[in-house]
Design a binder for this molecule. Structure first.
Ligand code: ZN
Length: 511
């Protein structure tokens, strides 16, 4: 008796979230310095992480599939991907897919908010590239970030969509396993998955996908989605997407994808029902934004106790494509420093070079930060700084956000000014892992105040020991105040840029 042939499964992970308003480009070097992997490097480096790719590989090992990993491009949000970098990713993916020969299925990890110079829909272009090579009958199952803007082309190019169900995102691995489970059923001929996708009439929704608030809109939408899945055995998965509102592309904003067994209008109706839920909850935002002075006053009013107060620099968050060097919050802190304060971080390669040349213990004048776009979040701070520590800037996430993944600030320095310790890095990175402070000798739990460049992702690691978390709108390009940004390519009308009544009439919603 001969063994049945092992299923051959092609896999790749190419993740990017592009802020259309960021002026920092994303050339190939931007991705290379965070560690692009190919072929056999992928299981060696990613097998022990908690990423979607690790979920794919674990599922493949359990099912004895022959896994064919092609490429991993780690997520490092910035501006749109340069045309040359994107062509490189796409060509490596296409060449790997062609070289793999016939496959039984495909697992892709995409972000869903990748735009490219000259191409508003990078994710759709990648999925369509793979589809064109493997043909129409090979199932393609993908994971997405819930901050994805899903184009019609992306939805039509794949058979199944599984977005993460947590924000901060701590279930990349589980999303990968779910995508693989659907692929297994499709490869066995048990189901014929088809994506039914409905886009809303909003730029943001589902409370930005936050799942920390126990009774927030996203948790309730997820609960509803699970009950709708259970009520209909034809529903394979309902995937919810809050969208990424800092993308000036026609398809930006919240959407719902129902992966059904075969094509059927009832699946589209389920997606529309959840899109309507997002509309009805559009004003329900669980994080209150503070202006800079209000945030510092609110922090000062928190009763003393163990653990830090964390102020997030929401307007200049590298995780949302912020430049990572805006100074409005740091300037206010330096003017009236709360005790035992750490600011993490300012991206300023020239400042790091000067600090490195001066050496640990030296004091030097700097024009720190604010060089990229002074009009968006504040220009350079001219002060004298003491160099407390120099570091390579390499770290490994301890989690709960993608534990095991390597990160890289580039050469970095811990500086001090007016008693405030400031982490200064070469590259901008979202701050979401305690290791990003510990490598500089900072114990986050013993700080009084931590000011942090991040939107929401830090909450998973910092909430357990923080006295309070305060969100601060600082005027950078990841600000939520969309009225200060000009959209040229977005479909209209859309909420909140156009009046409720106009959007509701366009959508056909009765009050
Ligand atoms: Zn996200």
């Amino acid at each position: 008796m001969t063994e049945p042939a092992r299923k051959r499964v092609l896999t790749a992970s190419i993740l990017h979230e592009a802020n259309s308003f960021a002026i920092t480009p994303a050339p190939l070097d931007h991705f290379r310095r965070q560690g692009i992997l190919e072929g056999a490097e992928i299981p060696a480096r990613y097998g022990a992480t908690r990423t979607e790719m690790a979920g794919f590989l674990a599922s493949g090992a359990a099912a004895a599939w022959e896994m064919l990993p092609i490429i991993v491009v780690p997520c490092a949000p910035a501006g749109p991907v340069s045309a040359a970098a994107f062509a490189w990713f796409r060509d490596r993916l296409a060449a790997g897919t062609q070289a793999a020969g016939p496959v039984d299925g495909v697992l892709l990890a995409l972000h869903g908010a990748m735009s490219v110079e000259g191409e508003p829909d990078g994710d759709g272009a990648l999925a369509a590239t793979v589809r064109a090579i493997v043909g129409p009958n090979i199932p393609i199952s993908i994971t997405l970030d819930p901050h994805s803007n899903i184009s019609d082309r992306l939805a039509a190019s794949v058979n199944a969509i599984s977005a993460y169900r947590t924000h901060p995102h701590t279930d990349h691995f589980e999303a990968g396993q779910r995508a693989a489970a659907t692929l297994a059923r499709a490869m066995a001929g048990e189901i014929h998955p088809v994506v039914h996708h409905v886009r809303g009439h909003q730029l943001r929704g589902f409370d930005s996908a936050r799942t920390s608030p126990p009774d927030g809109p996203m948790r309730r939408a997820l609960t509803l989605a699970r009950s709708l899945e259970q009520a209909d055995p034809g529903v394979i998965e309902i995937s919810l997407h809050a969208g990424f509102g800092l993308a000036d592309v026609p398809h930006a904003g919240p959407s719902v994808a129902v992966t059904g067994n075969g094509a059927d209008p009832r699946y589209t109706a389920l997606a529309a029902r959840l899109v309507r839920f997002a509309w009805d909850e559009r004003h329900n935002d669980t994080v209150k934004m503070h202006r800079v002075d209000d945030a510092l006053a609110a922090a000062a009013a928190i009763p003393p106790g163990p653990g830090p107060v964390v102020i997030s620099d929401f307007g200049d968050a590298p995780g949302g494509g912020g430049h990572g060097d805006a100074t409005a919050l740091l300037r206010a802190i330096l003017a009236n420093p709360p005790p035992n304060t750490v600011f993490v971080s300012i991206a300023d390669a020239a400042a790091v070079q000067a600090a490195t040349a001066a050496g640990e213990g030296a004091e030097l004048p700097l024009e720190l930060g604010g060089h990229t776009a002074p009009a968006h979040g504040g220009g350079p701070i001219a002060q004298r700084f003491r160099v407390l520590k120099l570091h390579s800037g390499a770290y490994i996430h301890e989690g709960p956000y993608t534990p095991g993944v390597h990160g890289n600030f580039g050469p970095s320095a811990l500086l001090e000014c007016n008693t405030v310790r400031i982490v200064v890095t070469t590259f901008q990175r979202n701050i979401l892992d305690l290791q990003q402070l510990r490598i500089f000798g900072i114990d986050p739990q013993t700080c009084g105040l931590i000011a942090i460049k991040c939107m929401d992702a830090f909450r998973a690691a910092f909430a357990p020991f923080s006295r309070a978390m305060i969100a601060c709108e600082t005027g950078g390009v990841s600000s939520r105040v969309h009225t200060s940004l000009t959209f040229h390519h977005l479909r209209r009308p859309i909420w909140p840029l156009d009046p409720d009544a106009v959007v509701a009439a366009h959508a056909g919603y009765t009050p």
